[in-house]
Ligand binder design. Structure first.
Ligand code: B16
Ligand code: MG
Length: 210
């Protein structure tokens, strides 16, 4: 019996892909690295530093640890400025109604996101009030596909993974959920992933499958 749902943020509850894309593109341009949406897709659910490694490898560029730190900071500064343009309207009525209905059913809800900017995004979009706990990039040391972010989320809720579902749009996130012993639910990109326990085309389907 599922008692709680842990939601990935970017790609599940809202899309900041375009904002990540613009910020990474600007730093890639400065480094002379070709960057397009195909490369950007590989960064889905991946931590900031791991994303930078993928971009550098794609461009055949080698940087020192200090240079990497500086580039990642530059990207994040630009990304955070663009997050200031977010308003509650970026969250669709379907997402909001689904969260409200699940909460009304008595399900516990948490966020399980790789992003260190999760709290800013939740505040800007007025999503915070639906969640009993937030596990994000600021409380983990290992990135998805490691299950740490979801295990911490379940621990914050005081529940065992066996009674929690995870909703994810990234293949790495489904692998993380499975590795942690959660029921994995794929949406978006991850809806086509064979290892997802359940697949949904849109968030409101949670109301019928759970
Ligand atoms: P930040 P999620 C992920 O969020 C994004 O999908 C991914 O593109 C990003 O690199 C990662 O967060 C880290 O974000 O730079 O803000 O710490 O899908 O796990 O909610
Ligand atoms: Mg995601």
């Amino acid at each position: 019996m599922i008692q709680a749902i842990i939601f990935d943020l970017d790609g599940v509850l809202l899309s900041t892909d375009e904002l990540h894309y613009a910020a990474w593109k600007s730093v890639a341009d400065e480094l002379g690295i070709p960057f397009d949406r195909q490369v950007n897709n590989r960064l889905r659910g991946v931590s900031r530093m791991a994303s930078l490694e993928i971009i550098l490898e794609h461009g055949g560029v080698v940087l020192s640890p200090e240079e990497k730190e500086a580039v990642a900071t530059r990207k994040n500064d630009r990304y955070r400025s663009s997050l200031m343009t977010l308003t509650p309207d970026v969250v669709t009525p379907e997402v909001r109604n689904t969260l409200a209905a699940l909460k009304q059913r008595g399900l516990k809800m948490a966020i399980g996101s790789s992003s260190k900017n999760t709290k800013l995004i939740l505040e800007r979009t007025d999503l915070k009030r639906y969640f009993d706990a937030v596990s994000d990039g600021t409380n983990i040391t290992r990135s998805k596909p490691d299950p740490e972010v979801f295990l911490k989320g379940a621990a914050f809720l005081g529940l065992s993974p066996s009674v929690c579902a995870v909703v994810e749009d990234a293949v790495a996130g489904i692998d993380a959920a499975n590795a942690g012993g959660f029921l994995s639910i794929g949406i978006g990109d991850a809806a086509g992933y064979a290892r997802a326990d359940k697949k949904i085309a849109s968030l409101s389907e949670l109301l019928t499958i759970l």
